[in-house]
Design a protein around this ligand. Structure first.
Ligand SMILES: *Cc1c(COP(=O)(O)O)cnc(C)c1O
Length: 244
């Protein structure tokens, strides 16, 4: 890393180190409290707006999953990520015409909510001779204008996507309503966990319910207590976001 950037980012590196320790400890406590081990919970760092220098410092600290939510930002940063010991995922809303920019770059796309989108991921993965892992995003709060399949359509969608070649459904993802209070949020998490368990029990071909991705900076501990095994944490790790 260049001299200039290490000075420029010294303060951010230090707070990242402190935040990272706290978050790993909090995750470990919630894991144990919910009858699991710390290693059973995947911490994915949500890296939107975070400079690659800072992300790569986080990877040096031990962050092994990162997620971007904009295709263009991901592509701009892509050549600079230190991905030898870290998996890059896509966690944002994805338009069908942008899938081509992600295939082969990301280990998992967490935000699949339609047959059309899954079909394009399947088609392009097949043509590149690779398999893409996906999560199905659920609009758990049934919010208007929000990504995700409605809970009542989740089973049908999974059945339709499961038969597509060159992709693998590996779990569910959700972002509960931002304005929900703690109790409501816990209810959404609990409902998501129930869907996760129900679908797992159906043993559908090509569907593995391995990841339940929910919980962000303000509620990741609660999400784990409700059954999440992947949390997506941004601002609690990197500080509040500065949008340019
Ligand atoms: C930004 C983002 C997060 C993290 O949000 P924080 O509240 O900053 O932790 C999680 N998931 C998705 C899909 C995001 O876009």
């Amino acid at each position: 890393m260049m001299e200039k950037s290490s000075n420029e980012f010294a303060q951010r590196f230090q707070s990242l180190e402190e935040n990272y320790k706290i978050i790993r400890n909090t995750i470990a406590e919630a894991a144990v409290q919910s009858g699991r081990e710390p290693k059973d919970i995947t911490l994915l760092a949500a890296t939107k707006t975070v400079p690659v220098e800072v992300i790569n410092h986080g990877i040096e600290l031990g962050i092994d999953h990162i997620g971007e939510n904009k295709v263009q930002e991901l592509c701009e940063k892509y050549p600079s990520y230190a991905l030898d010991h870290c998996e890059l995922q896509f966690i944002g809303h994805l338009q069908t015409n942008k899938v081509k920019n992600l295939i082969g770059k990301v280990g998992m796309i967490q935000s699949v909510d339609s047959v059309k989108l899954a079909g394009e991921i399947s088609r392009l993965s097949l043509s590149h001779n690779l398999t893409t892992d996906i999560l199905i995003e659920v609009n758990i709060g049934k919010e208007e204008n929000k990504s995700g399949v409605l809970p009542e359509n989740l089973n049908d969608l999974i059945q339709q996507i499961a038969v597509l070649p060159s992709l693998r459904i590996r779990g569910l993802m959700a972002i509960p309503p931002a304005d929900a209070d703690e109790k409501e949020t816990r209810g959404y998490f609990t409902n998501m966990h129930q869907y996760f368990v129900d679908i797992m029990g159906k043993k559908i071909d090509n569907v593995n319910m391995e990841f339940l991705s929910m919980g962000m900076s303000s509620d990741y501990s609660q999400a784990i207590l409700s059954g999440a095994n992947m949390v997506r944490v941004g601002s609690a790790l990197f500080g509040s976001r500065v949008y340019k």
